[in-house]
Design a protein around this ligand. Structure first.
Ligand code: SPV
Ligand code: MG
Length: 293
């Protein structure tokens, strides 16, 4: 049993709002953990972007699993994996779930769209919902395949994203909980919290609710908490911060052919990188296991 999954379960069922912050590799995940954020979101958007791909299932299941393994090897906070549509049908979901459990990933978030999916903020006619029956089958398959009793299944409905409306979102959310999901991620691309608040008013706290306040990021967490949000996912802020900082360095060197003139003190030191890599552990074990005279 993974204690990370039990910890994620506890965040979902606690009466207060907790947040997850996105990470796109092990270093960013370590920073999230050390900042005492409750948990880590392995975002399909930022993992694919950091690897040079679109957020449309171009990265394979194995590529993403390798990356997740590098995160769970270095961190202990619960990691919720953004598993898109589950990489195929129920059989892919079974395999994915077993592999996630083997790697100590705390939970899988799966969305009710067609494969290959598009990022929710991309306006495209290919933003199509899966059938309720088909998606419930995937949830049931994941539940049965999980080898960790506490493994968390978050069912994400994209009903509001495709403009299908509140009734459809609620019908789907109820069906997904009936099929074995532990929580519902209700996603919205509106610029205010209003649509989610309307959903929550009719949901009546049947099961924990997760939201992704990217387009309504200025909503106070207290407002979300009061309305019944259990977990808010800050889904892309680490990569966005990194890209801004990296662009400044790249532009400076591109323009001046040197780092001179750039405020190096604003950057992490090399010692900081060594610390993130646990270089001290290497040096310590050299003394114990190395064969240096
Ligand atoms: C992600 O972070 O990949 C998500 C959230 O799925 S969103 O980009 O808002 O769809
Ligand atoms: Mg995603």
């Amino acid at each position: 049993m993974s204690s990370a999954s039990a910890a994620l379960r506890a965040l979902l069922t606690s009466p207060t709002l907790s947040c997850l912050l996105e990470a796109y590799n092990a270093a960013s995940a370590l920073l999230v953990e050390r900042a005492q954020v409750a948990g880590i979101w392995a975002s399909s958007l930022t993992i694919s972007c950091a690897n040079g791909y679109r957020d449309n299932n171009t990265l394979s299941m194995s590529q993403v699993l390798d990356l997740l393994e590098s995160i769970t090897e270095r961190t202990t906070k619960p990691l919720l994996f953004d598993g898109d549509t589950g990489y195929g049908d129920f059989a892919h979901v079974e395999l994915l779930t077993r592999r996630l459990c083997a790697r100590g990933v705390a939970g899988l978030c799966m969305e009710d769209k067609q494969l290959p999916k598009r990022n929710s903020f991309v306006e495209s006619p290919s933003q199509q919902l899966a059938t309720i029956k088909g998606f419930c089958g995937k949830l049931q398959a994941a539940r049965e395949a999980a080898t960790d009793d506490d493994f968390v299944l978050v069912a994400r409905t994209e009903a509001l994203i495709v403009g299908a409306g509140l009734d459809e979102a609620l019908e789907r959310a109820h069906a997904y909980i009936d099929a074995g999901a532990d929580a519902i991620l209700i996603h919205s691309k509106q610029a205010s919290f209003e649509q989610i608040a309307q959903f929550l008013a009719r949901w009546e706290r049947r099961a924990p609710i997760v939201c992704v306040p990217t387009t309504y990021s200025q909503t106070p967490v207290e407002v979300m908490e009061e309305a019944g949000v259990s977990v808010a996912i800050w889904a892309n802020y680490m990569l966005r911060a990194a890209i801004t900082a990296m662009r400044q360095v790249a532009q400076h060197v591109g323009q001046h052919r040197t780092i001179t003139g750039f405020d190096e003190l604003a950057l992490s030191s090399v010692a900081d990188l060594f610390e993130l890599q646990d270089n001290a552990g290497l040096l310590q074990n050299e003394g114990r296991f190395g064969c240096f005279e």
